[in-house]
Design a protein around this ligand. Structure first.
Ligand code: 13P
Ligand code: SF4
Length: 304
């Protein structure tokens, strides 16, 4: 770590203390951003942590929908995002108008939305899921329920396969997970025959079917923590390696070199500027927040 980096980190920590602020970071953040955070987690844990924090300010080092979820759960807190252009290709793949039209064509269906959606899409949903709780939540829905699931076709297909449901799927995807090449994975497996493959369910079927462990970022990290001396091919976005090597220095991760450009928008400099300026602030209009809070709370209750 350079002395400049050390100095910025110190300033961030000092400002957090002075302003009663917390820095929350997703596992896909740059290592230096994760290292300065008060809390690092997957999207479910970030929502749970936001719900229980007593800080006045939350600096959300994740993508925009994660900051929106925190703003909905904590209307009395100021939620900041270091770089306001940190969007999500998956959330963008289904707009509220799209979902409204889809619902109108299927008025008797329940709407299950992935957390990677805008607040407006959540407001139109019956329940929200993350990759960490999707199977549990969908399994709890009535067996005969007709379900619309969006926006991730890969996660939706995976849930259908694991639960035996026949949810109708929106045709969206995450460009980061969808671009993993199945041929490249075959080659890596030949090169590292001892390695286990860890995959996020946002990956395509050809990847998931070749994997040993499928789950949210937290599930994949936990697996390595429980088997810390193994060799792993990691089929998710860069960043999880930071958390893994913190507690499992002997793990051997085979790098697939696939960063989420949106997650990597945040830097130590932008985290510091965001705390100094208390901007950009992420807000959700009251009416949308009121409607979106119900499916998010339902998810948090059902995840317990
Ligand atoms: P997790 O819920 O596993 O943290 O995933 C979030 C995400 O954006 C995956 O691309
Ligand atoms: Fe969105 Fe994909 Fe980035 Fe996750 S990895 S935040 S789904 S673009």
């Amino acid at each position: 770590m350079t002395s400049l980096e050390q100095d910025i980190k110190q300033q961030i920590r000092d400002l957090c203390r002075q302003k009663n602020a917390v820095v929350m970071a997703h596992y896909y953040q740059r290592a230096e951003v994760q290292s300065v955070a008060d809390f690092v987690g997957d999207s479910l844990a970030l929502a749970q942590q936001a719900q229980k924090t007593d800080a006045d300010i939350i600096v959300m080092c994740g993508v925009h929908f994660m900051a929106e979820t925190a703003a909905i759960l904590c209307p009395e807190r100021k939620v900041l995002i270091p770089d306001a252009s940190a969007g999500c290709s998956l959330a963008d793949s289904c707009q509220a108008a799209d979902l409204r039209a889809w619902k109108a064509q299927h008025p008797d269906h329940l709407v299950v939305s992935y957390v990677n959606t805008s607040a407006e899409v959540k407001a139109l949903s019956d329940i929200v899921v993350t990759s960490g709780n999707a199977l549990k939540i969908v399994n709890r829905l009535p067996q005969d329920a007709k379900i619309l699931f969006g926006p991730d076709r890969n996660l939706g297909r995976y849930i259908n396969e694991r639960t035996g449901r026949k949810m109708d799927l929106w045709n969206g995807c995450c460009h980061v997970h969808d671009r993993f090449s199945a041929e490249n994975l075959v080659q890596l497996k030949q090169q590292y025959p001892q390695a286990l493959v860890l995959a996020h369910p946002e990956c395509r079927k050809e990847i998931v079917d070749q994997s040993d462990v499928v789950g949210s970022t937290a599930v994949l990290i936990q697996y390595v923590k429980e088997h810390p001396d193994g060799q792993y091919i990691v089929m998710t976005a860069d960043g999880v390696d930071y958390e893994i090597y913190q507690s499992c220095p002997n793990a051997h991760l085979i790098n697939t070199d696939n960063a989420c450009e949106y997650m990597h928008k945040h830097t130590l400099e932008s985290v510091l500027a965001c705390l100094q300026n208390e901007a950009p602030v992420v807000t959700v209009d009251a009416q949308t927040a009121m409607k979106a809070t119900l499916p998010i709370h339902r998810m948090l209750d059902w995840s317990k």
